[in-house]
Design a protein around this ligand. Sequence first.
Ligand SMILES: Cc1ncc(COP(=O)(O)O)c(C=O)c1O
Length: 375
Amino acid sequence: MQFRDLGAQYKVLKTEIDAGIHEVIDSSAFILGKTVTELENMLAEYVGRKYCIGCANGTDALQLALMIWGVGPGDAIFTSDFTYFASAGTASILGATPVLVDIDLETFNISPEALEKAIQKVLAEGKLKPKAIVPVDLFGQPADFTMILPIAEKYGLKVLEDGAQGFGGSLNGRRACSFGDMSTTSFFPAKPLGCYGDGGAIFTDDAEVDARLRSLRAQGKSSVDKYDNREIGMNSRLDTLQAAILIPKFKAFVEYELDAVNRVANWYTQRLKDMFVTPIVPEGFYSSWAQYTILMDSRDERYVMQKYLKTQGIPSMVYYPRGLHKQEAYRWMNLDDSDYPNTIEATSRVLSLPMHPYLTEDDVDTVVKTMMKGR
Ligand SMILES: Cc1ncc(COP(=O)(O)O)c(C=O)c1O
């Protein structure tokens, strides 16, 4: 069994994907061009934003967005402690300071209460200027924007939604990648909408920001002359071959894959809910199930289970084994475990199970029966 079966998906979509790849090669138009524009337009319309700007990966997407606001030394960027490193690392690489915030243990997303306390603490200390919040849509479920957006407004902060895992999710009918001032996503192969390499995108409703992002992803060039550089930018374009691969994948994602992963999640939850803490999708939220993650009783129980599953050919993953405050790269911040009780719980107990749209009910039964034996 595969953790995320990209081969099964390719079998279904092979004709369209291969045709898209060959069209790009036949045209020799490898950099940007109509295929990238077509994809950008489809994605913007789907999430409900005016503009989508493709770029090289989800990390660059975050960095480019922060560059738009001139984020740099002295700025505090608030983000979740329980996420992939890029959510915070992109602030650091620009010289800003990530302020890591504990999570809500039910949803694994940033805790709005802890967020407000962290903002107040930074203000009281007076060393850093609170600049932006980067809420992460972890495991496919949007962060709690109904709480986060009013906090951002109260303190005059920008909001950059890290939707790398959230594409396809929604909150009260509004799609992920449409919240806050800007949003980003990643097309890393294992993401809800993944390509066959690296890719990412930024979403905005602001025409000026759209134009600047198109410039910043290409060395800060002017819109008419590639060799007229107006500001310091990156080389971070979405590869045209990846865009060609994403177009048929996006159609499948919308037509049936999103429904399929939700069906798989329900099968798991029905069978596992009396044995483990299964994922909670609160009223109004809809997940794109980047991961199906349960909480085991303890680190030891997880260790034994993961080992047993492996012997039975069932892959499982620990996303994430440590909070960002425990990363060596952030040791200099001297952050204390006592400020992150929920991250500590999550990192000790989470276990992610195989999850993708091509899992059958029999596959889920196999995983569950094996877990029952492995207990
Ligand atoms: C929450 C989150 N943010 C950012 C990223 C970065 O995306 P990429 O790997 O495309 O650079 C990822 C993906 O790995 C992620 O999971």
